[in-house]
Design a protein around this ligand. Structure first.
Ligand SMILES: Nc1nc2c([nH]c(=O)n2[C@H]2C[C@H](O)[C@@H](COP(=O)(O)OP(=O)(O)OP(=O)(O)O)O2)c(=O)[nH]1
Length: 132
């Protein structure tokens, strides 16, 4: 089975809310709310990939030193295996903007369950709740 390595992040604002982004129409899992991030490409570290994706998707600049590992998930979807590394980040430069037209929401961790998320993400919610 194809294996995909994804680096993702819970950006946390001053009010303790987490940023989620809605997957656009036309993509697999369209409409679900996810943590920003994406696939780690050949030659990249997970941190490199995340820094690149945050620039492309949200227009913000993040330093590797501001990315703290929180947990990972190993999840078998029907057609691929996902290994996703979730980081936490509270510091960035620039203002968060949906540069790819995606909807964005800042959500308290206790409210994350109100938003439909990919199956792989659900076990990560308690980790975010425990941060506070
Ligand atoms: N960024 C992110 N991806 C997630 C999460 N949960 C989850 O199952 N995924 C999956 C969806 C995708 O299969 C993969 C991330 O890949 P991606 O967003 O870079 O790529 P994509 O599927 O949109 O496809 P493509 O544009 O690269 O062709 O990880 C999550 O919380 N954040």
């Amino acid at each position: 089975m194809r294996s995909v390595l994804v680096a993702a992040v819970a950006l946390i604002d001053a009010d303790g809310r987490v940023l989620i982004a809605q997957r656009p129409e036309g993509k697999p899992m369209a409409g679900l709310w996810e943590f920003p991030g994406g696939k780690v490409e050949a030659g990249e570290t997970p941190e490199d990939a995340l820094i690149r994706e945050l620039d492309e998707e949200l227009g913000i600049h993040v330093k590797a030193a501001c990315l703290a590992p929180l947990n990972f998930v190993s999840h078998r979807y029907d057609d691929f295996h996902l290994l996703m590394l979730l980081h936490v980040c509270r510091r960035w430069d620039g203002s968060v903007t949906g540069r790819e037209g995606q909807a964005l929401k800042w959500v308290k961790p206790l409210k994350l369950r109100e938003f439909p998320m990919p199956a792989a993400d659900l076990p990560l919610i308690p980790d975010l709740i425990e941060l506070f």
